[in-house]
Design a protein around this ligand. Structure first.
Ligand code: A2P
Length: 332
């Protein structure tokens, strides 16, 4: 594919806008660029490489001549329009959860399972859940070293994971509370400013949220470990950007913290920041706008055998979404 024709569905959203930044920063070869969003945005322009590109309304006919279509406008839009894009000959890279568990749709983190893009019978490739990507960037080198068996995790997820509306809600609530005004939650079930909310996505019948189950099912698929056990509590925190995850990981082989740190040597996309005596550990502000996931607080678990505790932080708009999708496009 030479200088491909790219389409971005959801180009006005938080992830769509970051996809444009990633394409520019990574010098991705773009022959033509079609930017798509809802009728509300049609007619607006967005600047890309110094050029003003018009936003068009998404329709089933939007994909003629498109080589790669990056979707980030929610699961409903993906379900409805991704098949049209694929039928028109585009390879779809879908950021939603619509197709992730379909056995005929590869679920890809380029640093972990790049080869999976080759078998894509529907011409659709899925971008994994953001918390799953950030967690697996930390877990894969340890899996290679010690053999991953089980994961127990708690996430601290930024509001940008809910898109532009989540960012706006936090901003509005902080401003309102500073002025002594009341707040009315719209995006989140409770006030998010100066609070934490132990619900990300909808609850399922077994007491877990969909987000928490994505960690289990998607990790199994990406790592090729159908027997992997994983239990997760996903929490929304009043942070603008970058998800953090506290992980306890259990392995087949004996572990030690120094060997775990060494396992990250030479691994692209993940770096160790782990010198707690000198207050060196990753925080969300360290990764915001950056490509690397940062891992710290690596230590042997005091309760379980062959287990490590660790803390990983990554910019979920970039590595958790836009950057990962652009990296998949680079493989193509
Ligand atoms: P629009 O800005 O026109 O509403 P975010 O996740 O940041 O909220 O962004 C969602 C993205 O999905 C936006 O680009 C939004 O476009 C787009 N979108 C939402 N609904 C539709 C729709 N019915 N058709 C096309 N794009 C949509």
């Amino acid at each position: 594919m030479n200088q491909p024709h790219l389409a971005i569905v959801g180009a006005t959203g938080a992830v769509g806008a970051e996809m444009l930044v990633c394409l520019e920063q990574r010098n991705f070869p773009v022959g033509r660029l079609t930017l798509l969003a809802s009728a509300r945005s049609a007619g607006r322009t967005v600047s890309f490489r110094g050029e003003e590109i018009p936003i068009r309304e998404l329709t089933h006919d939007s994909f003629e001549g498109v080589d790669i279509a990056l979707f980030s406008a929610g699961g409903g839009i993906s379900k409805e329009y991704a098949p049209s894009a694929a039928a028109a000959g585009a390879v779809v890279i879908d950021n939603s959860s619509a197709f992730r568990i379909d056995p005929d749709v590869p679920l890809v983190v380029p640093e972990i399972n790049p080869g999976a893009v080759a078998r894509r019978p529907h011409n659709i490739i899925a971008n994994p859940n953001c918390t799953t990507i950030v967690s697996l960037m930390a877990l894969k080198p340890l899996h290679d070293a010690f053999g991953l068996r089980a994961v127990i995790a708690s996430s601290y997820q930024a509001v940008s994971g809910s898109g532009a509306q989540g960012i706006l809600e936090l901003e509005e609530q902080v401003r309102a509370l500073a002025n002594g005004d009341p707040v009315t939650p719209r995006v989140y079930p409770r006030q998010i400013a100066f609070n934490v909310i132990p619900q990300v996505d909808a609850f399922t019948d077994n007491g877990y949220t969909k987000e928490e189950l994505k960690m289990l099912h998607e990790s199994r698929k990406i790592l090729g470990l159908p027997e992997l056990k994983a239990s997760c509590t996903c929490v929304r925190v009043p942070v603008y950007r970058s998800h953090s995850v506290s992980i306890t990981a259990v392995f087949d082989k004996p572990v030690d913290a120094a060997a775990a740190r060494a396992a990250y040597n030479g691994r692209p996309g993940v770096k160790v920041v782990d010198d707690p005596q000198n207050q060196r550990f990753p925080v969300p502000l360290d990764t915001t706008g950056g490509d690397d996931c940062l891992v710290g607080r690596i230590r042997e678990n005091l309760v379980l055998d062959n287990a490590l505790d660790l803390w990983v932080v990554g910019d979920q708009v970039r590595k958790g979404a836009a950057l990962n999708a652009v990296q998949i496009a680079e493989i193509l």
